[in-house]
Design a protein around this ligand. Structure first.
Ligand SMILES: [Zn+2]
Length: 577
C-alpha cells in the first residue's frame, strides 16, 4: 500500500501549495510603516480651512507625525508614496449605523424600493424567492416600502400563503417597523390565528372577526413574530458582518458608530468585539441596547461608548412623535394606514427615562437617542437637562427630522450633538409633503444646526438606506430626491466643505474621538479616504472613492479583505502550520 502513502503525500503537498497560493492572493497590500504621502491634493479638514492644503504628510507607525512641503519632510529620509493625483481626506466616519442588521438583511430577499418600482415587480420577486435557498428555513424578505412604491398596498394573508403554503414567510418593511407573515410563520410563532388571546402583544392586526391578518405593527408585535424565526449559523453571520465591514470601507468609511447592535445573533456585542479585536478595515464604536449590560471600554479598534435608546419611531410608519398630526393624504391613510389626527407615540415614560439617563450618565455612558418628532426631542432634552451635568460627556440626538430652532438652541446649551438622516430627503423627498405637509420646509434642518454652532453630523442608518457615503454627502449639499423632482428645504443645504466636515471632524467629535481621528493633523491616526476627483469641487458624476487607509495601511476591500481574518484564513493556517 506504499502507493497510497505516496498519493496521500502528493495530495498533501498539492494542498499546501494551493493554500500558499490562496494566502498569497489574499494577502493584504502593505506599504512601509514610515512614508511620505504626496503627489495629490490633501484636504486636512482641520478646524481652520487651509487652502490650499499641504504638499505632503509624514506617516510613522500609523500616526501622522509631520505635515509640510515635500522638501521639508524628505529630510526624515522616509520613502515617498505617490498619490498619483488622487485626493486624500481624513477617513470618512459613519456615526450611526447597524452593521449586523445590514449584513443579515443584505443576505435576505430584497423587495425594496431601491430595486423595484411596482407592486407587481415586488410580488414577482417574492414568488421567485419562495423556491430558492436561504440562510434559514424561513423565507425572509426585507425592504417592503409603500412610501417609495406608489401602488404597494399591503400583501394579503392569502397572497403570502399562496407564495409559500408550507414554508414560513415574513416580509419586513424598509423602516423595520412592520412585518407581514403567512400562516405557516404565525403557526411557528404560536400566534393564535382564529381569535386574540388574553395578553397577546400589542400590534397584531386582526380583522372584524378577530382573525389574524398577518400584519404585525411596531416593536412588540414585530418581536413576537420575528422572535420565533430560527437564527442563521453564527459563523455565517460573522462572515456576513465582515463582508458588510468591507462594504463600508469600499464606500469610503474608515470608522463606524454602531447605534445599537440590532440583528438576530446570540451575542451581538461579543461578535462586534471579536471582529474589532481581529482586524478589519474599520474602527467601530458601539452604543449598547439597555439590556446589553453596562460595560464600557475597549481599544482604538473597538470601543463601547454608551447606550442607545429609541424615543419614537419612523416618520414613514406613523411612528415619529410629531407635535402636530400627520398630513391627511391618500398616502398616509390608504397605504401607510395612519389614522386621521395621529401624532405618533413616545416610547418611554418621562420619569423612567430621566432616571435611566441620570444613572447611565453617572456611570460615564454617552447616550444616543433616536428622536424624529418634536415631542420625542423635547422629552429627550428634558431628561438630559434634568440629569446632573457631567462635563466631557456630550450626549447625542439621532435623526432629528422635525427638530425646531428652539430645540436646536436647547441642544446647543446642553452640549448635545445632532446627527441627521439626510437620506430621507433623497429616498422620500417626493413623498414628504404627503406625510408632513408644509413641515417639509423645515425637514432635516442640517444647515440651521450647523450654523447654530452645534456639533452636526450626517448618517445613513443602514440598513434603512444602502451604504453610499457619496450619496449622503451629496444629499446634504443639494437636498434633492432620487427622482431629481424635489428639493427639500433648500435653505438647509450645507456647503461641500461643511458636509465633508460633518462626515469627518464633527463625526469624530460626536464619538468623542477627536484626539484620534477626524482630520489630518499631527498626532492623529493615519486613517484616510482617497477620492478620484475633489469632493469639494468635482462634478458629482466624476467623483468616486478610490480606497481607504487605516493606521497608515491601505485596507483590504476585495474578497481577501473579508476572508483574511475569518474562518477561511483559520482553515488555511491550520493546513499550513
Ligand atoms: Zn438607527
Amino acid at each position: 500500500m506504499k502507493w497510497l502513502g505516496r498519493l496521500f503525500k502528493g495530495l498533501l503537498v498539492l494542498g499546501l501549495l494551493a493554500a500558499g497560493l490562496i494566502w498569497y492572493l489574499l494577502r493584504p497590500e502593505q506599504v512601509p510603516t514610515r512614508l511620505i504621502l504626496t503627489g495629490g491634493t490633501i484636504l486636512p479638514m482641520a478646524a481652520a480651512a487651509a487652502t490650499p492644503g499641504p504638499e505632503a504628510i509624514l506617516v510613522e507607525e500609523g500616526v501622522i507625525t509631520a505635515i509640510g512641503t515635500l522638501a521639508q519632510l524628505q529630510e526624515s529620509g522616509a520613502p515617498v508614496h505617490d498619490l498619483e493625483g488622487q485626493v486624500l481626506a481624513p477617513g470618512l466616519i459613519e456615526p450611526h449605523t447597524h452593521p449586523i442588521a445590514t449584513a443579515l438583511l443584505g443576505a435576505v430577499v430584497d423587495v425594496s424600493g431601491f430595486s423595484h418600482t411596482s407592486r407587481a415587480e415586488v410580488m414577482q420577486t417574492l414568488s421567485q424567492a419562495a423556491d430558492g435557498r436561504a440562510l434559514t428555513p424561513w423565507l425572509v424578505a426585507y425592504g417592503w416600502d409603500p412610501v417609495a412604491i406608489a401602488d404597494l398596498s399591503a400583501p394579503t394573508l392569502a397572497e403570502l400563503d399562496e407564495i409559500a403554503p408550507e414554508r414560513p414567510v415574513v416580509v419586513i418593511t424598509q423602516m423595520l417597523h412592520e412585518v407581514f407573515a403567512n400562516t405557516a410563520a404565525m403557526q411557528a410563532s404560536g400566534i393564535s390565528l382564529a381569535a386574540p388571546t388574553v395578553g397577546e402583544p400589542h400590534g397584531i392586526i386582526r380583522d372584524a372577526q378577530g382573525r389574524a391578518t398577518g400584519a404585525f405593527r411596531e416593536l412588540e408585535a414585530v418581536n413576537a413574530i420575528l422572535g420565533a424565526m430560527p437564527a442563521a449559523n453564527p459563523a455565517v453571520i460573522e462572515l456576513l458582518v465582515r463582508r458588510a465591514y468591507t462594504s463600508y470601507a469600499k464606500a469610503g468609511y474608515t470608522t463606524i458608530g454602531i447605534t445599537g447592535a440590532v440583528g438576530k445573533h446570540p451575542d451581538p456585542v461579543g461578535l462586534l468585539r471579536h471582529i474589532g479585536a481581529t482586524g478589519g478595515p474599520l474602527r467601530a464604536y458601539l452604543y449598547l441596547l439597555p439590556h446589553q449590560g453596562k460595560d464600557l471600554g475597549g481599544s482604538d479598534d473597538f470601543r463601547v461608548l454608551g447606550t442607545k435608546y429609541w424615543m419614537d419611531g419612523s416618520p414613514f410608519t406613523g411612528g415619529a412623535a410629531f407635535a402636530e398630526a400627520y398630513e391627511h393624504s391618500d398616502l398616509t391613510s390608504e397605504r401607510m394606514h395612519i389614522p386621521h389626527g395621529h401624532l405618533g407615540p413616545v416610547n418611554h415614560d418621562p420619569g423612567d427615562f430621566s432616571t435611566n439617563v441620570a444613572k447611565l450618565q453617572a456611570q460615564g455612558h454617552q447616550i444616543a437617542v433616536h428622536a424624529q418628532g418634536e415631542r420625542a426631542i423635547d422629552q429627550v432634552l428634558d431628561a438630559f437637562e434634568a440629569a446632573a451635568p457631567n462635563p466631557g460627556l456630550a450626549h447625542r440626538l439621532e435623526h432629528n427630522a422635525l427638530i425646531t430652532p428652539a430645540q436646536i438652541q436647547r441642544a446647543k446649551a446642553l452640549g448635545i450633538s445632532l446627527g441627521f438622516f439626510v437620506d430621507h430627503i433623497y429616498y422620500y423627498g417626493d413623498a414628504l409633503p404627503d406625510i408632513v405637509g408644509t413641515r417639509a420646509d423645515r425637514y432635516m434642518p442640517v444647515g440651521a444646526a450647523m450654523r447654530a454652532g452645534v456639533v452636526t453630523t450626517l448618517h445613513g442608518d443602514h440598513p434603512a438606506s444602502p451604504i453610499d457615503a457619496l450619496r449622503t454627502l451629496r444629499t446634504a449639499v443639494d437636498r434633492t430626491s432620487a427622482s431629481r423632482q424635489t428639493v427639500t428645504a433648500p435653505e438647509q443645504a450645507l456647503t461641500r466643505y461643511e458636509a465633508l466636515s460633518a462626515m469627518t471632524r464633527a463625526a469624530a467629535q460626536q464619538l468623542g474621538q477627536e484626539e484620534l481621528i477626524g482630520s489630518i493633523e499631527v498626532g492623529k491616526r493615519a486613517d484616510f479616504t482617497l477620492f478620484n476627483g475633489n469632493p469639494l469641487t468635482a462634478d458629482w458624476q466624476a467623483l468616486s472613492v478610490a480606497g481607504t487607509w487605516k493606521d497608515g495601511q491601505p485596507t483590504q476591500t476585495g474578497l481577501g479583505g473579508w476572508l483574511r481574518f475569518g474562518p477561511a484564513l483559520a482553515a488555511v493556517k491550520s493546513m499550513l502550520f
